[in-house]
Structure formats: structure tokens, C-alpha cells
Design a protein around this ligand. Structure first.
Ligand SMILES: [Fe+2]
Ligand SMILES: [Fe+2]
Length: 196
């Protein structure tokens, strides 16, 4: 690894303004806590949590450029709203700048906003940690989600996706189809496991 976790923290501290660094640290240690609970590699969880938003401060043009250089597939929706690309751009930046080559860490960064069907444990950990980290205070039912994250990770993934889609629908915001695809997958998965 090119940089230690402390060195990456320092680099991000300098880049990020205001609450973004605080949120980043929150996702970093919440990912580690979930990794302890579910038996994921602690260092991988720490790195993925720390780097999940590493591209968020980049200009939109730069995000598109990074994704194009790395041959990431850019959807129409992402082209219209390039801030949606910060996960994919983050995976590119983590490779280029921080020399992270672990595909699981890169995917956890890549899919942290929308999730995707059949996420790995690490992907689910970062997806959930991003939503429940202690500095978040705007979403509904956070107490319940924080408790459920340590009881049933798949169910928490579904609760977060449902809540996100409800919020986007009621506030009239654009919905990334990938979020719907992920929600449908986890809804079906949990239905069939509950029927067994
Ligand atoms: Fe993000
Ligand atoms: Fe985040």
C-alpha cells in the first residue's frame, strides 16, 4: 500500500471542507464497527469507509474525465447529474492517487450511493455506514436503523433503500434507476428468505 491510513486521513483532511471530513471519519469508524460485528477484514473496511467520498469535492468535469479514462459505464442520468458519479469517480481516484487495487474496496466505494444487487459484505458495510454514521442527523428512523445495522445487515440495506426512494419520490427529486434495481433485489431476497 502506497500510503498508511493516517497519511490518507491527512490528505483528505486538507482537501475536504467543513463537515465532509467529519462525515468521512464517521463512515470510517462505523465501517470498522460493522466489520467487527460481521467478521470482515478491519483494514479493508477502514480504507473503504475512509475513501468512500474521496472524489466528492472534484469538479463535475473531472469526475466525468476520470470515469471516461477508466472506462466506467456512465448512465444517462449520471451524465445529466454528474454528482451522482462520485462513487465511480472515487473508485478511479482511489486507484490513481492512493494505489488501492483491491477490487472489493473499489466496489464498496463505487456502489456506496446506490448499492447494487448481491453486494459483498464489505459493500453492504460501507453502504450502511454511510447512512448511519453518528454525525448524520437528518434522515428519519436513525435510532432504529443504527440498532438494526448490528442485527440484520440485509434488512438494514433494504430499509435504507426504501427510505431513500420514499424521500426522493416525495421531494420530487430524480431517482437513479440503480437504486430501484438494488431495492427490488433486496426486497425479493428478504421475502424469499422469510418464506423459507
Ligand atoms: Fe457519497
Ligand atoms: Fe458519504
Amino acid at each position: 500500500m502506497k500510503y498508511s491510513i493516517e497519511e490518507i486521513q491527512e490528505k483528505l483532511r486538507k482537501k475536504f471542507k467543513g463537515n465532509r471530513f467529519i462525515h468521512t471519519l464517521g463512515v470510517e469508524y462505523t465501517s470498522v464497527c460493522l466489520a467487527m460485528k460481521y467478521g470482515e477484514d478491519l483494514e479493508k473496511a477502514e480504507l473503504a469507509g475512509l475513501l468512500h467520498d474521496c472524489a466528492k469535492q472534484l469538479p463535475e468535469k473531472k469526475m466525468i474525465q476520470l470515469c471516461t479514462d477508466h472506462k466506467e459505464v456512465i448512465s444517462e442520468m449520471e451524465m445529466e447529474h454528474p454528482f451522482l458519479l462520485h462513487g465511480k469517480a472515487g473508485a478511479c481516484l482511489a486507484q490513481d492517487k492512493f494505489e488501492i487495487n483491491d477490487e472489493d474496496i473499489l466496489n464498496a466505494i463505487r456502489y456506496h450511493t446506490t448499492g447494487r444487487p448481491a453486494m459483498t459484505l464489505l459493500e453492504k458495510i460501507v453502504f450502511v455506514a454511510d447512512y448511519i454514521e453518528p454525525n448524520r442527523n437528518k434522515a428519519d428512523h436513525l435510532d432504529e436503523l443504527r440498532r438494526s445495522a448490528f442485527e440484520n445487515l440485509d434488512e438494514t440495506v433494504l430499509l435504507i433503500l426504501d427510505q431513500t426512494l420514499d424521500y426522493l419520490e416525495t421531494s420530487g427529486k430524480d431517482i437513479d434507476q440503480q437504486t430501484v434495481i438494488t431495492r427490488d433485489y433486496y426486497r425479493d431476497l428478504l421475502r424469499s428468505s422469510n418464506n423459507e
